[in-house]
Ligand binder design. Structure first.
Ligand code: ASP
Length: 355
């Protein structure tokens, strides 16, 4: 009996020792990844502002200029944060918030309408080092859904909060509360009115028709490689025009619309969310990099232009591996996109012809 007690005591001591060693080594790990920068470390950023039927015929010169300007503004703001040595999550949030505040994109102000003429916003973020993630879905009064998703990641024990629960949580942490009408724009209201007319004729046909991709484009997303070697991905959206209230798309679903893993890649998607969920698009791309040793270019193209396209899913992704290599494939006519690679080269594109 005494021997058993002694053994138990010894085991407890050894466990406590191991715990404290792992605590100390974790502390060192955190210390080294946040404070000592590798002078040769490189940063990279890629972002999207949605994929869809975007052609020169649908955009006049002035609109095109406005899109390019805001893409570049968001890109450079995120890049500056990376260069300053901020964690990748700061760069992702900074760039996404610029697009959430712009009426040009389907995220924050400018979000599409539900069939019931409201806005229900979804967002998520994932950190590739910790594999921690946060998401909010169907929120109506949070000015910056990506900031709320980040709070879920850093301050809660959960990964996803929806509706009133997400809002209550975000407001307790001081996020700005707004009336749902703050997200209103005339352009999206017109899109809703025309969608409703088609849906009344045939709801299934409306959502299945790839030509109706226009009714949702504008979701925003960012992927980065920070100076500490971390990949981070984030996505924010209003979803699909005329969606049923309560509908949740891929954007807040980790693995579907957003994924980041320092061992493989970071991805943010945009397109027909139901397909991205069913084909687990973001995680599938990273799995191909991780387990099949595929390059980011091959992995992202396979999933977007083969798996998704063959199933009838329209959309695109921005993807980055842990060396900062970038791939931005889409199977739609266009995708608002921009990137700065590890050599500092800036790319801004809208149409398929610019690939
Ligand atoms: N993926 C978004 C959703 O289905 C929409 C989009 O990216 O255009 O909610």
């Amino acid at each position: 009996m005494q021997v058993t007690n002694l053994l138990r005591l010894r085991t407890q001591f050894v466990c406590a020792l191991m715990l404290s060693i792992s605590f100390v080594s974790n502390a060192f790990e955190t210390e080294s990844t946040t404070s000592s920068l590798n002078p040769n470390a490189k940063v990279a950023i890629a972002l999207h502002g949605g994929a869809g039927t975007i052609s020169k015929a649908n955009l006049n010169a002035e609109q095109e200029k406005a899109y390019r300007a805001i893409l570049e503004q968001a890109l450079r703001a995120g890049y500056r944060a990376l260069q300053a040595g901020e964690d990748g999550s700061v760069a992702v949030i900074t760039a996404i918030q610029i697009m959430e505040d712009s009426p040009l994109f389907n995220a924050g102000v400018g979000a599409v309408y539900t069939y019931d003429e409201e806005h229900e916003l979804d967002a998520s973020i994932m950190h590739g080092r910790t594999k921690q993630a946060g998401a909010v879905a169907s929120v109506k009064h949070i000015k910056s859904p990506i900031a709320a998703a980040n709070l879920v990641m850093t301050e809660s024990v959960h990964v996803m909060l929806t509706g009133g629960g997400a809002e209550d949580f975000a407001f307790k942490y001081g996020l700005e509360k707004v009336d749902n009408s703050v997200f209103n724009t005339e352009r999206r209201k017109k899109a809703l009115d025309s969608a409703k007319a088609k849906i009344q004729a045939n709801e299934q046909a409306f959502f299945a028709n790839p030509e109706n991709a226009d009714y949702k484009f504008g979701t925003v997303g960012v992927v980065v490689l920070d100076l500490h070697g971390n990949l981070v991905a984030g996505t924010s959206t209003g979803g699909m025009t005329a969606k049923r209230f309560g509908r949740i798309g891929d954007s807040p679903i980790i693995g579907a619309g957003t994924y980041a893993d320092n061992d493989s890649c970071a991805v943010s998607g945009t397109g027909h969310g139901e397909y991205f969920i069913r084909f687990n698009v973001a995680a599938d791309i990273c799995a191909r990099v991780k387990y099949q040793d595929k390059t980011i270019e091959v992995a992202a193209n396979e999933v977007v232009n083969q798996v998704l396209a063959e199933a009838g899913g329209t959309g695109g992704v921005i993807a980055m591996d842990n060396q900062g290599n970038i791939s931005m494939p889409f199977n739609t006519e266009g995708m608002y996109r921009a990137s700065i690679d590890t050599s500092g080269k800036v790319t801004i594109g809208i149409y398929g012809s610019e690939k």
